[in-house]
Structures are given as structure tokens and as C-alpha cells.
Design a protein around this ligand. Sequence first.
Ligand code: NZQ
Ligand code: ZN
Length: 388
Amino acid sequence: MLGNFTFCNPTRLYFGKGAVEHLKEELPKYGKNVLLVYGGGSIKKNGIYDAVTQILKECGKTVTEDAGVMPNPTVEKLYEGVQRARQSKADLILAVGGGSVCDYAKAVSVSVHCDEDPWDKYFIRFEEPTCPIVPVACVLTMVGTGSEMNGGSVITNYEQKLKIGHVFGTQVFPKFSVLDPTYTFTLPKYQMISGIYDIFNHICEQYFSGTDDNTSDYLSEGLMRSVIHSSRIAVKDPADYEARSNIMWTATWALNTLVAMGKDTDWEVHMLGQAVGAHTDATHGMTLAAVSMAYYRHILPYGLARFRRFAVNVWDVDPAGKTDEQIAREGLAAMESWMKELGLVMHLKELGVNEGMLDGLVKSTLVMQGGYKVLTEGEIRAIFEESL
Ligand code: NZQ
Ligand code: ZN
């Protein structure tokens, strides 16, 4: 049965070629001081930095730059960003980049006026903000996380070997996001396919849970079919606008809270992947890809009916004359061959994990309650071992 829920997504999206021009409508709504947040420099090479700074200038903004946000942003960088936002009296934090830049901007936004340590408050104790929040907006350059239309913010603390996501409420969602698919054309293939798998796995995390008949699961199947279809086109021709724009739009829908409404969700693959990230700094989508097959094969018996449905409705497995388990396993085999076709990382060793790290990985893995099987420590270890 569909559970009770409240749905509100306040992020305004500007989608399509040239969408950056909409900054001219949006920027005047905020105060003069803009903290411009970006990553390691890709936006300077592909012209996005010039396009954005030109409009900021035209709108008469006083801009303070906060560059060098790394993939998997660290708690140390967060502390630095908070100082910079305070000194510049930021009225708006404009994130230009991928999920890391956007997540970081959100973490800064709830910390600027916070007297407590933001790592402890938000990422260890999972408390909600009790201070004024600086508005965030996003110009997206890397597709996958859905951060452009959600309240997620993932920060890594390498000293504590923890990579933790806080899902903030709607007051922390970007006020608006600019989504121009052509901005993603300069992504290296490794990042593009990593993002594609991130999208797919976000949908899986919300699909592989519950046994009821729920509209969300039908939506999820459609989103999965779309991303599988477009991914095959995009790996052959990364400049295919139709495929890249569909991938961008699917990424947003995969994690803008809609398909999670009224149902349980899993998120254990993300917990396993984030543990890998905390020990290796590996690319997010690849950490998910490397642990997924072992995880899904492990939980298949506990969610057999859903895995059967996945096989038939997403992968077009012909069920005739087969047991439910055979059908379900064929679905996972089809998923695995698609992952290999894309060129995803299928083994943790490729991400720098070795046997000696297993105990640490198990310790860093949070156990979720919403999937088909609540994992024991032994099961987590076995999944990591199998993924090596
Ligand atoms: O730093 P620059 O030089 O910009 O290079 C980036 C970075 O190296 C590069 N890149 C981005 N756009 C580009 C580009 N290179 C060429 N052309 C472009 N147009 O791509 C690299 C990866 O960027 P990053 O932002 O790290 O990737 P992604 O969007 O996958 O974000 C990953 C982070 O998001 C978190 C992950 O854990 C990870 O920390 N997540 C956030 C979520 C959320 N907010 O809901 C959910 C996700 O599950 C995920 O956990
Ligand atoms: Zn993800």
C-alpha cells in the first residue's frame, strides 16, 4: 500500500542548449555577494567559467571564488569554504560543476551561520539545520548524482574513514539549476559512464524494496529503460544530443525524491560504495558498479518477485518455461553484460582495494534497514570479498 507522504520539490530547472542565459533572470533575485564554487578547473577549459562569470558581471555581482572542490569533497575543504563564505558575506552560493561541487555548496550553505562543527552536527548526528541557510544554485556540468534537484550532500572524512551523505530538507535544495546537456560533452568517458551507472543505481536503490503495488516502481522501470537505451547510444557517440539530454533528465528524475514517495528504499549499495570511497577516493559511480553484482545476487532470494519483475519489465527476459529464480538471475546477467558493455569497473581491485583493507571497509559500511535483507557484518564482508 502506498504510504503517506508529503511531496514538494522547490528547485526551478532551466533545461536545454543555452539555458545558462536564464541566470540573468535569476541572479537579480539575490543579494550582491556571490560565492562562485567550482572544481579542479574543467570549467575554465571548456568555456563554462567564461559564460557564467560574464553574466555575473553583467548582473553587477561581487564575486568571490572558491575553487578546487575535489571529487568526493572533504571535511577540510568544507571548513575552508565556510570561512570564505563568511568573509565574503555570501548572499548566494553558485555551484558550477558536478555533484561534488553542488553537494559541497549545500554543506557550506548550512554551515555559514552555524556555531557548531558541521561535520559532527550534520554528518555524524544527522541533525537538521537550526540556523539561517544561504541559498544555493547550480550550473550542472556532470550528470549522475541528482544533486541539482535534491537536498543530498555527501562529505568525506578520510581521517575517520567515513564518507557520509546527509539528505537535507527542501530548504537546502538548490533554488534553481541550469541543465545544458552540451555542458556535459567535455566529460571524459570514464566520468560519463560512471554517472550513467550512478543514475541507474539510484533507481535500483529505490526499486529493490517493498512488495506492494506502487506507481513509483512503474516510473522507475521507465527511467531504467530510458537510461539503458540512451547509454548505449552515448558510449558510441558522446556528442549525440538526444541521448545526452535524455541521460541528463533521467538523472534528475532518478533522485529528485519523486520515485521514493510512499515506499521503502534500500541504499545499501551506496553504503558499500561510500565505504570504498572513504578508503580509496575512487570515483563514486565506479564504487557502486564494483559492488553491485555481488550485492544483488546476494539479496535476490529475499526479493525474488521484484527481481523477476525487473528481469521481465526492464531487460525483456522471456519468462516462458522458466522458474522465477531462473528469470530473476537472467535479469541480473543482462544487467551485468550491459555494465561490461559500457566499460564500468566491475572489480574493487581496479579501484585500489586489496584484501588487507576488508576489515576497514566493513567497519565503514552503514547498514540500512529498507532493502530486502538487512546485512550482517559477515554478509558485508562476503560481498566485498566477492567484489574484489
Ligand atoms: O573538478 P573538475 O576539474 O571540474 O573535474 C570534474 C571531476 O574531476 C570532472 N568534470 C565535471 N564536469 C566536467 C568535468 N570534466 C570535463 N567536463 C565537464 N563538463 O568530473 C569529475 C567528477 O566530478 P564530480 O562532481 O566529483 O562527479 P559527480 O557528479 O559524480 O559527483 C560525485 C559526488 O557526489 C556524491 C558522491 O558521493 C560524490 O561525492 N553524491 C551525491 C548525491 C546527492 N547529492 O544526492 C547522491 C549520489 O549518490 C552521490 O553519493
Ligand atoms: Zn549515487
